[in-house]
Design a protein around this ligand. Structure first.
Ligand SMILES: *Cc1c(COP(=O)(O)O)cnc(C)c1O
Length: 491
């Protein structure tokens, strides 16, 4: 065990543990004893002098358990991230996804042996069509950004088929960074439309910028300020009148599901992040899945295959006239599709609406309780998330980053920071629909206490986190000069 200056015990790495220990040897097997090993491992690899620690089972178990306790996790802590929030992930989903009937499926199995899996994809498609008003979904996309790219490819192919050369995609300045990236990757030029003071799309500017060269607009609604674009019908009219399509970034759909369908707002292509709204843990690289849905006139452009049904038989349909082709091996991340299906069946029609109501209620509760301390980015009522600006605090020398880091000391995961880009010192908070009033009150009280610390203990904020296993890191240095080698302290 090593002691840091602040007397915090640091868990050693496994190869820092003692190399030999009698008690451990008693329980572990030495290489000499593994006779079979010698038969197939070339002798030059059979070294006895490797500096590997020799540990007994209890030591190994404790080592990994202790390491896991250093993790900040949604099972241990409130996690009010905004925008990319991990929402509710019922544990029962994991049980279902781990059933042998699912994990031993193989994508090369014949259709007749995987009818159940096909049925799940078929029915999830039906449910999502009902919720969104779209005509057909594809589940191949591995993530939201991948779904956007597919959407852009579909839009490009649609215009190309009509011999309509359109080169521009309109994107509001509040958009998630993946939107302009996806449009650019697809070869479009992006045109930015400003937001009004209230945080909504500037309709006059949109009118001016929408011409015959615009292929589509990508829009998030509620937008990344957590606001519902009330002029959505005007927006879709402006685009459609000029022959452009409207793309819906529905990564976070919890505020609206069961309440309003994207098709009724005029959207032609949408993606939903199954790993956000529809309950799959994400972060650290997935797996994720985006469902890409389209209206009737775009179905023939979807990636193949989609799942069809003929009498009682489910099958893969490769027969789409203008398909953009394959975008991923096989059919997407099936375990995520499965979890979304299980989640939707479990909460049902009424549950879907309650998710929406509660997500909006929780965010507005936080907004109202904190608005005299932190300035909301908009005066409007918010939807599933609320963005605060910490510029009042910044004037006293404390940044949004300091506040976010200090939250870690209270066992709360920092909200999304400095996004959307149009809000100075932004903290974007999404409590999610499933947190209790107790948890929200605790968060609110901590945020108020932190604001008070600015007067009395600014040094705590500047140095936070004070209690986490890793303290304040130099983010610029960490990005510019990443040091991936482990060095023992003092060396
Ligand atoms: C998360 C998110 C995306 C991107 O989704 P990924 O799965 O991370 O690629 C796009 N738009 C919005 C609004 C998001 O919150």
């Amino acid at each position: 065990m090593e002691f840091k200056k602040n007397n915090k015990v640091r868990e050693e790495l496994i190869f820092e543990k003692p190399i030999t220990s009698e008690s451990a040897n008693f329980f572990s097997t030495s290489l000499d004893e593994i006779k079979e090993a010698k038969e197939f491992i070339p002798s030059k690899f059979l070294r006895k002098d490797l500096p590997l620690p020799s540990l007994g089972e209890p030591e190994v178990v404790r080592h990994y358990t202790n390491l896991s306790r250093l993790n900040f996790s949604i099972d241990a802590n409130f996690y009010p991230l905004g925008s990319c929030t991990m929402k509710y992930n019922p544990k029962v989903n994991e049980d279902i996804a781990q059933k042998e009937e699912f994990i031993f499926l193989h994508p090369y199995q014949e259709e007749k042996y995987v009818q159940g899996a096909l049925q799940i994809m078929y029915e999830l498609n039906k449910i999502l069509c009902e919720i969104t008003g779209m005509r057909q979904f594809s589940f191949q996309a591995s993530a939201g950004a991948h779904g956007e790219l597919i959407g852009m490819l579909i839009i490009k192919a649609f215009h190309a088929l009509n011999n309509d050369k359109r080169s521009k995609v309109i994107i509001p300045d509040s958009a998630h960074g993946t939107n302009p990236a996806s449009a650019s990757m697809c070869g479009f030029e992006t045109v930015v439309v400003r937001s009004t003071k209230e945080g909504l799309v500037d309709i006059d500017e949109l009118n001016k910028k929408t011409d015959d060269e615009v292929a589509a607009m990508m829009l998030t609604n509620p937008n990344t300020l957590g606001l519902f674009e009330e002029q959505i019908l005007d927006i879709s009219n402006i685009l459609h009148k000029k022959g452009a399509l409207l793309y819906y970034d529905g990564a976070n759909f919890n505020a609206l599901m069961g309440i309003v369908k994207p098709s009724c707002m005029g959207f032609d292509v949408i993606h939903l992040n199954l790993h956000k709204t529809f309950s799959t843990p994400h972060g650290s690289g997935g797996p994720g899945a985006a469902a890409v849905g389209v209206v009737n006139k775009l179905v023939e452009f979807l990636p193949v295959p989609i799942v069809g049904k003929e009498k009682d038989r489910f099958y893969f349909n490769y027969n789409l006239n203008h398909t953009i082709g394959r975008v991923k091996a096989f059919y997407g991340n099936f375990s995520v599709i499965l979890k979304s299906y299980a989640y939707l069946l479990r909460i049902g029609r009424e549950g879907i609406k309650r998710v929406a109501y509660n997500s909006v209620l929780n965010a507005n509760y936080i907004k109202e309780k904190l608005k005299e301390y932190y300035t909301p980015a908009s005066i409007r009522q918010c939807m599933h998330e609320v963005v605060f600006s910490c510029s009042k605090q910044k004037n006293k020398g404390i940044t949004a980053l300091d506040i976010a880091k200090r939250l870690i000391d209270f066992g709360i995961h920092p909200p999304t920071m400095y996004f959307p880009l149009i809000v100075k010192e932004a903290l974007m908070v999404e409590p999610t629909e499933t947190e209790s009033k107790d948890t929200l009150d605790r968060f609110i009280n901590i945020m108020i206490a932190i604001d008070e610390e600015i007067e009395n203990h600014p040094e705590r904020l500047k140095n936070a986190p004070l209690t986490a296993p890793v303290r304040r890191v130099n983010e610029v240095k960490a990005a510019r000069f990443p040091n991936l080698r482990w060095e023992k302290p003092g060396e």
